[in-house]
Design a protein around this ligand. Sequence first.
Ligand code: FES
Ligand code: FES
Length: 187
Amino acid sequence: MKPVQIDFTLNGKPVKVLARPNQTLLDLLHNDLRLTGTKKGCDRGDCGACTVQINGRAVNACLVLAPQVAGQKVTTIEGIGSYEKLHPVQQAFMDLDAIQCGYCIPGMIMCAKALLEENPNPTTEEIRTYISGNLCRCTGYLHQIEAVRQAAARMKNSNPGSQDSCKSLALIGSTAKELYMLGLTSS
Ligand code: FES
Ligand code: FES
C-alpha cells in the first residue's frame, strides 16, 4: 500500500511522517521512529505493553492505525521525563523497586500517568482496575500499585526541591536496564 503523510504532535513536537495505511501506531513509533520504550507484547490489545497517551487518554498503540493519529497529540514514555527531571510516576517506580525484567514498565507507567491525570486521588481498587489491562509476568503487581499510590501522594504534595534531591539519588543508583525501561535511553 502506498504510504500516506501524517502530521501529528509527538511528545510535544510537531512531526510529519510517512506511514502505510495499514501500519499500526505501535510499529510506526517503535520501528520507524525508534521510540523503543513503547513495547510490543501481544500485538492484539491484551497486554498493555504498548500503552501510549493520545490526547491524554491511555491507549494500546497496537490497536490504532498510524493514520488515525493525524492531528492528534501522542505521548510516549520518552516524552514524560528526562535525566534531569523524572516524571513522578517514573520516580516512584524506581523508589519502590517496582521494576523486575522491565518489559511491562513503560506501558504501566503511561497507564498510571493517564490515571492520575484523570483522577489524582485514586483508591487502591481504582488503581487495580485502571492498570488491569497492563500485564506483568514478574512482580505480582504489589510494588507497582504502591508506586502509583506514592506518585499520587507526591503529585498532590508536590515539593520541587525534595523531588529533585530524590531524583538525583535515584539516578545515581540506576542500572542501564532501569533507565531503558523508564524511557531515558534507547540502547
Ligand atoms: S502489544 Fe499492544 S496490548 Fe499487547
Ligand atoms: S517487570 Fe517483567 S513483565 Fe513486568
